[in-house]
Write a protein that binds this ligand. Structure first.
Ligand code: FE2
Ligand code: FE2
Length: 214
């Protein structure tokens, strides 16, 4: 009995490790077509290209963090339904991750070199949030997704005007994130008290400042 339980724990650790390696070092396959579709890839001048790449690197890091947060939260979710929902949302985030990676390649750039760190930190935060119970877990999803939605709106305004391929991707992501927040809210998310939302905003601001460059 104990041996079976040990094997199950080892299985889970291996699955989590595989998911981390796939997110950070692999190229996860999207399940939906890239929203940029056949939108023309206008050649940007060097300053605009670098700016667009910096913004898309931030968004790629955001999606690495989303994978890690959702995986950490799902690993400790108490209710099987909550766990299934977290993993379903993570699957949609995989599309976002793949689309951002595609766009970074098109912009002749690369993902953040610190992705292993972003993943590890976010996984730890997701686990901590999840351990407080499913109401908190869902509350954390709502707060994260609402902050990401606002952030994507900001990027849609600051992206180079001509970069319609990045724009299409961010528009679809923004609609998905809003849906993730609505769903978690409907499932009984708690409203997180201050200073948690403020701390989350501060952490993501720090991440954005660093990921724009590295
Ligand atoms: Fe996302
Ligand atoms: Fe999301």
């Amino acid at each position: 009995m104990t041996a079976t339980r040990d094997l199950k724990s080892i299985d889970r650790v291996l699955i989590e490790a595989q998911r981390a390696l796939d997110s950070v070092f692999g190229s996860p396959a999207p399940t939906r077509p890239n929203p940029a579709g056949d939108e023309s890839d206008i050649v940007l001048d060097e300053a605009d290209r670098q700016h667009a790449a910096g913004l898309m690197r931030i968004n790629h890091v955001g999606e690495i963090c989303a994978q890690a947060l959702y995986s950490g939260q799902a690993a400790v979710a108490r209710d099987a339904g909550t766990r299934a929902d977290l993993l379903a949302a993570a699957a949609e985030e995989t599309d976002h991750l793949a689309w951002c990676a595609d766009r970074l390649r098109e912009l002749d750039s690369r993902p953040s070199l610190l992705n292993p760190l972003w993943y590890a930190g976010s996984y730890a935060i997701g686990t901590l949030a999840g351990l407080r119970g499913d109401g908190w877990n869902l509350g954390f999803v709502v707060e994260t997704e609402r902050q990401v939605e606002a952030h994507l709106q900001e990027h849609l305004q600051t992206l180079p005007q001509a970069d319609s391929r990045s724009r299409k991707i961010l528009e679809t992501m923004k609609a998905d994130e809003a849906r993730h927040a609505d769903r978690a809210e409907a499932q009984g998310a708690r409203v997180l008290p201050q200073p948690i939302p403020a701390l989350m905003a501060a952490a993501s601001k720090l991440m954005k400042t660093i990921a724009y460059r590295i």
